[in-house]
Design a binder for this molecule. Structure first.
Ligand code: GDP
Ligand code: CO
Length: 431
């Protein structure tokens, strides 16, 4: 792959937000290509580099009641060397949709000659493991893992961390084009190839999203909720940097990947706010606004890549209500964050009101989102041993020592996630 270097970078404490990067060649050959000219504005990632990174990568596919043909399509696109973890929350009753999915995927796995993890979100064994790890917050009243894409992703992050691999990427299961799935994973890998720090995140900015408008195909540049989320995330950055910025273009990106070192350290929020919350959690935890920065992270810095994909993005159309929920959830996590300045909160209320999503713009937003601490705050050793007798145990028996060390060093600094008071608007001194 040949990809341009980022034109701009915004620095925020140890966090480096890179501007979007365009891909110039999806495939740019082998490592020892003779005619390779060294260009200072391009990075070339060889075929071999992709393989090396993908051997260390977990790809998580969250599923809920998607058409089997779509899920299968996603599988055709994922590069062979990645370990795939599917977390499904499809109903098991009256028809066992999960069994149908598992069957179909295992059949594919036979043809692909690979092993993967296909698990149900409500599997009591997984709930037991979370309980053993002291992570009961993710369980519902019945004692199984709560429903929701975020909860599925959190569970998958636990499994990815204990697999011992270095990177984890997420791919939605409702994607129509296997080719774009393949491209996303290549772009995750390209980001990790370019990263200098062990803490890095790659987010995909779609080149276009095809829609039917007035009977012909129109390629929209951004999703409906994204415009708003990006605008407010950029206002937040601008507030602290003191200069206007439009650096963030992937606020709602479902397609994203992280180095495991970062994935284990970021806190989560529920529902469709989980993706924009990555930015906010980074600023809360590592931005140095409300508390000192962990020395380890300060030394290394955090790199955020936004890569513009070439394939169009086409997924299931889920209607206006869905866009509304997504938009409200995204702005709620920003609104409730202790790093959000008062002025920005007012703007958020006004924006939601103007779009007809709120009844009035004076009342503070209702707290709908649940927050979850980063995976490293759980007892990963206990989580791992709780699954030691499962048939898939050999896929998740990585060494977790370094995460246990992170936890100890963070706790030594008294920087626990629970320090952050969220429903306390304006209490924390900003600037
Ligand atoms: P959008 O693409 O962000 O508009 O949201 P989608 O509704 O397409 O959901 C994104 C992905 O999450 C899809 O692959 C869904 O199948 C999956 N998903 C949705 N809800 C759940 C859930 O409760 N659990 C799991 N494991 N996956 C879910
Ligand atoms: Co979708």
């Amino acid at each position: 792959m040949r990809i341009e270097i980022p034109r701009e970078v915004e620095r925020f404490g140890p966090i480096m937000f890179y501007d979007t990067q365009k891909v110039y060649e999806l495939d740019s050959g082998l490592r020892n290509t003779k005619d390779e000219k060294l260009e200072s504005t391009m990075t070339r990632i060889s075929y071999e580099s992709f393989q090396e990174i993908q051997k260390q990568m977990v790809i998580v596919v969250p599923v809920k009641e998607e058409r089997i043909k779509l899920i299968e399509g996603v599988f055709y696109g994922i590069p062979h060397n990645c370990l795939i973890i599917v977390i499904s929350n499809s109903p098991r009753d009256p028809i066992d949709r999960f069994s149908i999915e598992k069957n179909a995927l295992e059949r594919l796995a036979t043809f692909m000659n690979k092993r993967m993890l296909v698990l149900h979100q409500k599997d009591p064994v997984l709930a037991e493991a979370c309980k053993a790890a002291g992570y009961e917050k993710i369980l519902d009243k019945k004692g199984v893992i709560k429903s929701g894409k975020a909860e599925g992703m959190i569970l998958a992050t636990f499994l990815a961390v204990i697999s011992g691999k270095k990177y984890v990427g997420f791919i939605d299961s409702d994607n129509y084009f296997p080719g774009s799935v393949h491209e996303y994973v290549q772009e995750y890998s390209a980001g990790f190839h370019m990263a200098k720090s062990k803490y890095s995140m790659v987010r995909i900015s779609w080149h276009s999203k095809p829609k039917i408008m007035e009977n012909s195909l129109f390629f929209a540049k951004r999703g409906r909720a994204s415009e708003h989320t990006n605008r407010f995330l950029n206002s937040l950055l601008s507030h602290y940097i003191g200069f206007g910025t439009e650096i963030i273009k992937t606020g709602n990106a479902g397609e994203h990947a992280m180095s495991m070192d970062l994935a284990a350290q970021l806190d989560f929020s529920s529902g469709y706010s989980i993706e924009p919350y990555h930015f906010i959690s980074m600023l809360e935890r590592f931005g140095g606004i409300t508390k000192p920065i962990e020395p380890q992270v300060m030394k290394e810095s955090i790199e955020l890549f936004q890569i513009e994909s070439r394939n169009p993005h086409l997924h299931e159309v889920k209607g206006d209500e869905h866009v509304k929920d997504m938009s409200i959830a995204a702005l709620e996590v920003l609104y409730r964050s202790p790093v959000a300045p008062e002025g920005l909160k007012k703007e958020i209320l006004k924006d939601l009101f103007d779009r007809g999503f709120l009844e009035d713009k004076k009342t503070p937003m209702k707290d709908k989102v649940t927050y979850y601490p980063a995976v490293m705050f759980a007892d990963l050793r206990k989580f791992q041993s709780a699954l030691a007798n499962q048939p898939y145990a050999d896929l998740i028996h990585g060494d977790v020592t370094k995460y246990v060390d992170y936890k100890q060093s963070v706790e030594g600094l008294n920087l626990k996630q629970s320090d952050i008071k969220r429903s306390d608007p304006g209490r924390l001194a900003i600037k």
